[in-house]
Design a protein around this ligand. Structure first.
Ligand code: AMP
Length: 306
C-alpha cells in the first residue's frame, strides 16, 4: 500500500524563543513524507529549484521515500520564513516566496494516477486541484491548507474541500474558513462544505476529529522539550495517512472504520510529538520504529482510567 503526496518541499528560516535555523529543509510534503514513511510507501510530487541541496533528496531516498516525482526547475526553491513567540502557537509569517511553485504544472505518471491514498498537503489549492484531477479513482483523499490560501485562493480552496473525504486544518484556520469563533460551530459549517470528516489540530491542546459518528479527541503528548513546532501539523497528517494506507483492510471494513480513524489520529499525534523536539526534520529523519512504539504506549497511558 502507498500514499501520494503533493505539497511544498521548502527551505525554511525559523526563529523560536529557543534558537534559529536558517535555510533548513521544510515544507508540508517533507514533514508529511517522513512521518508517513514509518508505515507505508510514499511518493512525493513537488518542485524544487537549482539551489536545493542534494543531501535532502539523498535523505528522503535513505528513508525509502520515492522522490521520482520531485522535479528540479530553473529558479529558486520555495522559501518560508517564520517566527514563534513563547506560546509556540501560530507563527508570524515574515516571508513566503513561492518561487518555482508559481509555475509548477505537474504531469503524473500512470503509476502515480492509480495510487489509492492521496494527501493534498498545504500548497496552492490550484495545484492541489491539478493533482486531484489526474487521479483515477482514489479510495481516500485528504487535504490540508493554511490561512495564506484561505485569504488568497478561497474559491479554489472551497472546490477542493468539496471533493475530498477528509479536511485537516488547525483551529485558527477552521475559525477563519467558517467565520465562526466556536470550534464546534465552525466544524458543522465546514462539514457542510463537503468533507465526510474534519480534523482540527490544536497544537499542544490535541486534535479533534468530527464525523457523522460524533467527535473524537486525542491529547498532545506532554513533552519536556519543545524547540520548534514547524511542521507538526504536516507530521500529524503523515502519521494519520501513513497508518490508514499501511494495510488495505484499514479504513475499508465498516465495523472497524471509526476505530481505525481514531487510531490514525493517535498515530498522527505521536509522530507530531517528535517533530517539535528539534528544528526542521532533524528529529523525524532519525526516528526509529521502537521509539514510535514506546511513545504510543506512553500516550495510551495518558487518559487510561484503570
Ligand atoms: P505546519 O507547521 O505543519 O503548518 O507547516 C510548516 C511548513 O509549511 C513549513 O515547513 C513551510 O515551509 C510550509 N509552508 C509555509 N507556508 C506555506 C504555504 N503558503 N504553502 C505551502 N507550504 C507552506
Amino acid at each position: 500500500m502507498s500514499v501520494l503526496v503533493v505539497g511544498s518541499v521548502a527551505l525554511d528560516t525559523v526563529e523560536t524563543p529557543f534558537g534559529n535555523a536558517d535555510s533548513v529543509l521544510g515544507g508540508s510534503a517533507s514533514y508529511f513524507s517522513l512521518a508517513a514513511s514509518t508505515f507505508t510507501d510514499v511518493h512525493i510530487v513537488a518542485v524544487v529549484g537549482e539551489d536545493f541541496p542534494k543531501k535532502h533528496l539523498d535523505m528522503f531516498d535513505s528513508k525509502g521515500i520515492d522522490t521520482g516525482g520531485i522535479v528540479k526547475e530553473k529558479g529558486e526553491t520555495f522559501r518560508w520564513q517564520g517566527k514563534y513567540g513563547y506560546d509556540l502557537g501560530d507563527p508570524k509569517t515574515l516571508d513566503t516566496r513561492l518561487n518555482v511553485f508559481e509555475t509548477f504544472d505537474p504531469e503524473l505518471s500512470d503509476e502515480y494516477r492509480n495510487i489509492d491514498h492521496v494527501f493534498l498537503a498545504n500548497i496552492d489549492p490550484s495545484l492541489q486541484l491539478k493533482v486531484l484531477d489526474q487521479m483515477n479513482s482514489p479510495k481516500l483523499v485528504a487535504c490540508d491548507t493554511m490561512n495564506f490560501w484561505i485569504e488568497n485562493k478561497l474559491s479554489e480552496l472551497k472546490e477542493i474541500i468539496s471533493r475530498v473525504n477528509i479536511l485537516m486544518i488547525n483551529d485558527s484556520e477552521a475559525r477563519e474558513l467558517s467565520g465562526e469563533p466556536l470550534i464546534t460551530n465552525a466544524a458543522r459549517k465546514i462539514m457542510n462544505m463537503g468533507p465526510e470528516r474534519l480534523i482540527v489540530k490544536r497544537g499542544e491542546y490535541g486534535a479533534l476529529m468530527f464525523s457523522d459518528e460524533g467527535i473524537f479527541f486525542a491529547p498532545s503528548y506532554p513533552l519536556e522539550k519543545v524547540f520548534d513546532p514547524t511542521g507538526a501539523g504536516d507530521t500529524f497528517a503523515g502519521g494519520f495517512m501513513g497508518f490508514i494506507s499501511s494495510d488495505q483492510t484499514i479504513g475499508t471494513d465498516k465495523q472497524n472504520l471509526e476505530k481505525d480513524f481514531k487510531k490514525a489520529v493517535v498515530y498522527g499525534s505521536v509522530l507530531a510529538s517528535f517533530t517539535v523536539e528539534d528544528f526542521s526534520v532533524n528529529r523525524l529523519s532519525e526516528l526509529k520504529n521502537h521509539e514510535v512504539d514506546t511513545r504510543l504506549q506512553a500516550f495510551m497511558k495518558l487518559s487510561n482510567m484503570d
